[in-house]
Design a binder for this molecule. Structure first.
Ligand code: NIG
Ligand code: FE
Length: 431
């Protein structure tokens, strides 16, 4: 066994391991098992987990070694860092006036038709300088880290021309290099059709010019398409996905958010890694997902941000055997909260997911939704040592006490990436 231990975490009242016991995403009863260990510990070397589990087992596994650093969790909850598998976190400005307009009764598509929505964010992103775009985005994702997010997927799609999309993707890549977070990039030139170009011409540019350039520069792992009424129809979605597949991208689809067009069924047929939103998913969409490896990424904070009462049918998806994950959808318009704990809370209270299901869906299954399950998303030997000490005694306090940030220490690859100053002095745990 190892001769060096860089970090030894001891005294976790509840260690939520989200252990996978396999490679694929978790469904049904397996989704509901958070791998809870009482009196847990984690040993870390070289940024990776050497052992995680009951304290005596971990001590036995690592032998009699001096750890360079020890953290006493003091009876608190320790969990994997959240994996946020669907965000649009690189943008110029929030659109808070649209939030009020929706509360007053405008729909997302009404706002889109009058030039607001994604197209407004496109105008703003084209104008902003690359360094400033990087700096505001860096601050945003550092706030996500403070809430316990250690891996984040970020999409382009507010450029909608080659240069602006590349600018957005370069910023996404730089966020990966210059912050502690793992950042996974998705090219989403098919987020909308830009004003002033015929739709067919934009599709041609996307397929013949933009996607090859992005592939050539290695700036994205995935390609995503917004398959929606008034955006990309099913045939257009298929064309983009087929071209993406030819270029070696893995596939994602925004489908069944506002109107069900068959995007879920198409995504499954094309072996997309994930399909996202699913608020309006139909019975055939659910049946397709149930028999597939495509992860259903649900975005309840989007329904919340849209001031909508309609949520994806999480219970039915789970009961029929789909692999469900959760994400914020963090973006300037429909989902302006970047909080994974809030997302988990809404999933529990509005979609009737149990806290255990929601936690697994926001860690291990979320990692599956971005092809990162061998690296992150659970506390198991060999994976990255990405975990969070929460200042609570029971993991169910994280969703039930939403609205407060309970994160106390965030560890990324074995290093303290953020710590709440003086949390022990103010803590109720163990008092
Ligand atoms: O996932 N649905 C499409 N795209 C985003 C919204 C982005 C925006 O409103 O700026 C979403 O909800
Ligand atoms: Fe989205």
């Amino acid at each position: 066994m190892p001769r060096t231990v860089d970090l030894l975490l001891l005294g976790a009242g509840q260690l939520i391991t989200c252990r996978s016991g396999g490679h694929g995403p978790r469904r049904g009863a397996a989704l509901a098992d958070p791998g809870l260990v009482r009196g847990g510990a984690i040993a870390v070397a070289g940024g990776r987990i050497l052992a995680a589990g009951a304290e005596d087992e971990v001590r036995e596994a690592v032998g009699k070694v001096e750890a360079a650093r020890t953290i006493d969790a003091g009876g608190r909850v320790v969990m994997p860092g959240w994996v946020d598998p669907h965000t649009h976190a690189v943008f110029a400005a929030f659109r808070a006036d649209e939030y009020e307009a929706r509360i007053r009764g405008d729909s997302y598509l009404d706002i889109d038709r009058r030039g607001g929505g994604i197209r407004r964010s496109v105008r703003e992103l084209r104008e902003i300088g690359e360094d400033r775009l990087f700096e505001i985005s860096r601050r945003r994702i550092m706030r996500m880290l403070e809430q316990g997010v250690t891996t984040v997927e970020i999409k382009s799609g507010y450029g909608l021309d080659l240069e602006s999309e590349l600018k957005q993707l370069r910023v996404i890549a730089r966020l990966g290099r210059e912050t502690p977070l793992d950042v996974v990039a998705t090219f989403m030139g098919a987020h909308h059709k830009p004003a002033g170009i015929p739709a067919e011409e934009y599709l041609r540019i996307l397929v013949d010019e933009m996607m090859p350039a992005v592939a050539d520069k290695g700036l994205a792992r995935f390609v995503d398409v917004f398959c929606e009424q008034g955006v990309f129809d099913l045939e257009e979605t298929r064309k983009v996905l087929e071209a993406a597949r030819r270029l070696g991208f893995a596939l994602k689809v925004h489908a069944d958010e506002i109107v069900a067009l068959g995007g879920t069924e198409l995504a499954v047929k094309m072996h997309a890694v994930s399909v996202e939103h699913l608020t309006k998913v139909t019975g055939t969409g659910i049946a397709a997902l149930a028999g597939s490896g495509t992860v259903a990424v649900l975005l309840p904070a989007t329904s919340f941000g849209l001031a909508s009462r309609q949520f994806a049918p999480a219970r039915r998806l789970i009961e029929e055997g789909a692999a469900v994950a959760l994400s914020t959808d963090f973006n300037p318009g429909s989902a302006p909260s970047s909080s994974m704990p809030l997302t988990v809370a809404i999933a529990c209270s509005q979609m009737s997911m149990t806290p255990a299901e929601a936690v697994t869906a926001a860690t291990y299954n979320a990692a599956c939704a971005i092809g990162m399950q061998d690296e992150v998303g659970s506390l198991e030997a060999g994976k990255k040592a990405d975990f969070v000490v929460y200042d609570v005694e029971d993991y169910r306090e994280i969703p039930s006490r939403a609205g407060e940030n309970h994160a106390a220490v965030v560890i990324k690859e074995g290093a303290v990436a953020w710590e709440r100053a003086g949390y022990r002095e103010r803590s109720e745990v163990g008092l």
